[in-house]
Ligand binder design. Structure first.
Ligand code: NAP
Length: 377
């Protein structure tokens, strides 16, 4: 399959539905989502909760969106295992309050937690550049970047960031992509290092039209579901190309995880009836600690780099994808569309204001100019 836009697909005579997928792919995607909701607890029954982590005193980790839900649990558990944790958050006051509470509860159990808060607002690409510049200026290593922050503004009207991008696409894909690339100098210093993207099983019903990343050309009708699923698929495609472009010697692995269906603030915009269902079926839905296991596993398990390297050596088209049960899973069929993935890569770099060879330049130790980061918010 080589086409990358709805128009190409239609001209190729492919039978696709209004979401941009073939019916069989779309049904398979929904089947995977429903299975995850009802069977995730059974599939993950071999896992402990909380996931036990080795001592992580030598690890420096940045976690975006760690004031709530999965990210909050991920940050806390990494810090309690000894890692130096940087909470990259938009609500810095909330972040500092959390750190204070955690330190108080941790008192007497060991050395104070090595945790700090830095400001990052993914709705502003200027903010992303400022964060990366501030971090890189320390000239220290970064071992793990967890792109966790995300939004699913269910049922909300379409909104655009001040950078002009559809908000799901910006927060869930574009801003984390920019952050990951700009932090390469620190990831190189921390090598072997990892970029863990908190993705979703919902990518399986996503479709990315690279000619209409904002879903505002009129070719597809926007809904928050379209916005969310496209952004998550774009992230898998971008991560796959990113991982491929990093030579094995760089020792940096890029992967995606699905946390499962988790009761967090992500449900804040869901209709009341769905929120009620979240409360009614707690047996099926993970709590945030359970939902943090795939991120923690991807960030710390010693076998993960080996698995990622195997995929790279085999020329597998998609980066590693770790499921809610901490086992490898296959991303959607559409995610294997290399032509579209390459287009997503190129389009993303253009949108985030980086040159096409930004990764290669940073690997060579050269400076890269980004269109963003010059303005204050
Ligand atoms: N919960 C699920 O069932 C589920 C399933 C699949 C995937 N996921 C993914 O898991 C990740 C974590 O979500 P969650 O379920 O833990 O949701 P959550 O409780 O709503 O947490 C999301 C975090 O992202 C932050 N965030 C949102 N917009 C931001 C922005 N513009 N700049 C910086 N930070 C921002 C939020 O900060 P504020 O506190 O300031 O709003 C919050 O800390 C997301 O990527 C989500 O797509 C969740």
């Amino acid at each position: 399959m080589s086409s990358s836009s709805l128009r190409d697909k239609k001209e190729d005579g492919e039978k696709i539905n209004k979401w941009g997928l073939r019916w069989i792919e779309w049904i398979r995607g929904w089947w995977q989502i429903v299975s995850e909701i009802f069977f995730q607890r059974i599939m993950a029954s071999h896992l402990e909760n909380p996931l036990s982590l080795p001592p992580l005193n030598d690890l420096t980790c940045i976690i975006t969106g760690s004031t709530s839900g999965i990210g909050l649990q991920t940050a806390r558990q990494l810090a309690e295992s000894g890692a130096h944790v940087v909470m990259a958050v938009r609500n810095t006051k909330g972040g500092h309050e959390l750190v204070q509470n955690w330190q108080t509860e941790w008192a007497g159990k060991g050395l104070p937690l090595n945790i700090e808060v830095m400001e990052l607002n993914l709705l502003s690409l200027d903010s992303v550049v400022r964060f990366a510049e501030a971090w890189n200026a320390r000239l220290g290593p970064l071992h793990v970047l967890i792109n966790n922050a995300g939004i699913f503004a269910f049922g909300e009207p379409q909104r655009f960031s001040k950078d002009g991008y559809e908000e799901h696409m910006q927060v869930n894909h574009l801003a984390p992509a920019l952050l990951s690339i700009l932090l390469l100098p620190s990831l190189i210093r921390g090598s072997p290092s990892r970029v863990v993207n908190v993705n979703s099983i919902m990518h399986t019903v996503g479709f990315v039209d690279t000619e209409d990343m904002n879903v505002n050309s009129g070719k597809r009708k926007f809904s928050s579901l379209v916005g969310y699923t496209s952004s998550k698929l774009a992230q898998v495609m971008f991560s796959s190309i990113f991982h491929k472009r990093l030579p094995a010697e760089a020792g940096i692995n890029v992967l995606c995880v699905s946390p499962g269906v988790v009761h967090t603030n992500v449900a804040r915009d869901l209709p009341r009836i769905v929120q009620a269902a979240y409360h009614l079926i707690p047996y099926f839905i993970f709590n945030p600690q359970e939902g943090s296991r795939s991120s923690l596993f991807a960030a710390t398990d010693p076998q993960v780099p080996e698995y990622c390297s195997l995929l790279k050596a085999d020329d597998w088209p998609v980066c590693a994808f770790i499921s809610h049960d901490c086992r490898p899973m296959n991303a959607s069929e559409e995610a294997h569309n290399i032509a579209t993935a390459n287009r997503v890569w190129e389009k993303t770099l253009e949108m985030i204001g980086l040159p096409p060879d930004a990764v290669e330049m940073l690997l060579e130790g050269e400076e890269v100019q980004c269109r963003y980061g010059l303005k204050q918010d």
